[in-house]
Design a protein around this ligand. Structure first.
Ligand SMILES: C[S@@+](CC[C@H](N)C(=O)[O-])C[C@H]1O[C@@H](n2cnc3c(N)ncnc32)[C@H](O)[C@@H]1O
Length: 345
């Protein structure tokens, strides 16, 4: 079945779906996922939309308004590490007032709000999930003149060529069904001389396709995060070059974490504070139990616990991916579209 036959997401979330609707979204997600890699690539819009309809409220509850990981320094707080990880991209692109920046897969707007406040640059966030766009408008209220949104697909960005001075993508292009195609699209909308800086989810050189445990971890990460596949770091670089970009820098930032605070630490049980509890495995188990009771009392929609269970399994797989070193969610690159701004006719 083509992705076009599935209605694209209206604004909906776990909290405003009926129990039957939650169950049908969960069932359709499972059906798309189980259909195999080609099916996931073909129906990527529905796969991603169903996923974020179901998990956005959980993510905001457990993680906040920025849906990504960060390498954390010794003694640094979780939120401070996320901010520093975002600011790193702003520094790479020399973001400043007067620049027009595309945020590819902008989530609920946390990074964009922070970077608009600190740099004064103007942002356009593109996201195919309507519920998240609504949340992002809320979270960027104080910098609303600097933040606009497009409800659309980053595989077909509905703007003219050469529209942006710079682009960022934080852990969003792992959802793309074709890496070269998404990078080509970002290349198209950048002005010549403009740069694109991003964090990608990748398999590292440690991943051994012949190792069953490695394959299990990769598959659990894919199913729990609506990913059609996970590329190797080398494949990401090859796709950037094929799209026409000049690679200025590309490296895994996971090793920049203090050994005591690896990027996956927030998913372990080692950070105990009131605000971190929902992220830990004990906190996630508690949430799961509360949802079971909530479903029984009809306070939470049927299916909420299934979603929470899926996210718990994913969190464990991410920790395994990090511990074994076969996976990174922070393969950083900054690339440039060759030419000068005046080259764009
Ligand atoms: C892990 S979240 C990261 C969000 C945000 N960059 C952040 O760091 O908070 C991935 C985001 O990519 C968006 N996304 C995935 N596929 C997309 C597509 N084809 N077009 C537009 N947005 C997409 C999702 O809706 C989600 O908001």
């Amino acid at each position: 079945m083509s992705d076009r036959s599935v209605k694209s997401s209206d604004s909906r979330s776990l909290a405003n779906l009926s129990s039957d609707e939650v169950q049908s979204v969960v069932d359709e997600y499972a059906e798309i996922y189980d259909g195999g890699a080609e099916n996931r690539k073909e129906r990527y819009r529905s796969l991603v939309n169903h996923f974020y309809d179901l998990v956005t409220d959980f993510y905001e509850f457990g993680w906040g308004q920025s849906f990504h990981f960060a390498p954390r320094r010794r003694g640094e707080g979780f939120r401070a590490s996320l901010r520093r990880h975002q600011e790193f991209l702003a520094e790479q692109l020399s973001l400043q007032s007067g620049m027009e920046v595309l945020d590819v897969g902008c989530g609920v707007g946390g990074p964009m709000a922070n970077l608009a406040r600190s740099s004064g640059a103007s942002f356009v966030g593109i996201n195919n999930n309507a519920y998240q766009i609504g949340r992002a408008k809320l979270h960027t209220r104080d910098v609303a003149p600097l933040c606009r949104f497009i409800h659309g697909d980053f595989m077909q960005i509905p703007t003219d060529d050469c529209s942006f001075d710079a682009a960022i993508a934080i852990e969003a292009t792992p959802h793309a069904p074709d890496k070269t195609a998404v990078f080509r699209e970002i290349f198209r909308v950048l002005r010549p001389g403009g740069c694109f800086a991003a964090y990608e989810w990748c398999l590292t050189a440690e991943f051994d396709p012949g190792n069953a445990e490695h394959r299990r971890i990769r598959n659990d990460i894919m199913v729990g995060n609506a990913l059609p596949l996970i590329a190797f770091t080398t494949e990401v670089c090859a796709a950037l070059s094929a799209a026409g970009f000049e690679i200025l820098d590309a490296r895994d930032r996971a090793s920049e974490s203090d050994p005591e605070t690896p990027w996956y630490r927030p998913l372990q049980n080692r950070d105990l504070s009131l605000s971190s509890i929902p992220r830990t495995s004990a906190g996630r188990a508690l949430t799961n139990l509360a949802l079971q009771a909530g479903e029984w009392l009809r306070l939470a929609p049927q299916g909420a616990r299934a979603v929470s269970t899926l996210l718990n399994a994913t969190a464990d797989a991410l920790v395994d991916g990090g511990r074994t070193g076969i996976f990174t969610p922070m393969y950083f690159f900054v690339v440039r579209k060759p030419g000068r701004p005046e080259d764009c006719s």
